[in-house]
Design a protein around this ligand. Structure first.
Ligand SMILES: [Zn+2]
Length: 188
């Protein structure tokens, strides 16, 4: 998870505001430090964990509040809040190892292969459906149509399931289409 988001979820905006010197009344309102005023128009919501000024329009969450008060960026702001309130979000930089980079690349390749497989299989099933004739058509049309549907409208989990369970059948279809095509070419 994003570290900044994690800090935001663990912190309490009311405590943050008070720590940084804003004097909230019972309704969680105070004089806005971002514009000149005499009546309090900066208001906080503890349930929503946000603030908003009805005078100058500034608003946001606890990260934005500290960023604006200290004039620092969101990352630094989150880090400060984390330190001050001991929220326990780990901001230590992790060293990325080559092993991890390698694993990531492998994963990306596997994902690419999977999508390539999906594309090719869908194309193949469509060709097969188009070519079905005679008794085979009667026997297989329903199944082929069902699987085409699944490959178009299913989830990736469905596709993975299909890949595992129908691997042999897909290979057979592939072979069949291949021999049919070579036959077609040789008769031309
Ligand atoms: Zn204001």
């Amino acid at each position: 998870m994003n570290k900044i988001k994690e800090v935001k979820e663990r912190a309490d905006i009311i405590k943050v505001a008070e720590y940084f010197g804003l004097r909230l009344d019972r309704a969680y309102k105070c004089i806005c430090p971002f514009h000149k005023e005499k009546t309090a128009s900066l208001s906080f919501s503890q349930s929503k964990q946000i603030f908003h000024c009805f005078g100058c329009g500034v608003g946001g969450d606890c990260i934005t509040l500290v960023s604006k008060l200290l004039n620092i960026n969101a990352y630094e702001s989150a880090k400060q809040i984390n330190d001050i309130f001991g929220l326990g979000v780990d901001f230590e930089k992790r060293k990325t190892t080559w092993l991890e980079v390698n694993r990531y690349i492998q994963e990306q390749r596997a994902i690419e292969r999977f999508y390539k497989w999906h594309n090719e299989t869908l194309q193949m099933m469509c060709n097969y459906l188009h070519d079905l004739k005679g008794i085979k058509k009667l026997q297989q049309q329903d199944a082929v149509e069902y699987y085409i549907d699944l490959l178009i409208f299913g989830t990736e989990e469905d596709w993975l399931w299909f890949k595992k369970t129908e691997e042999r059948w897909c290979k057979e279809i592939g072979r069949e289409l291949k021999t049919r095509n070579t036959r077609r070419v040789s008769t031309l």
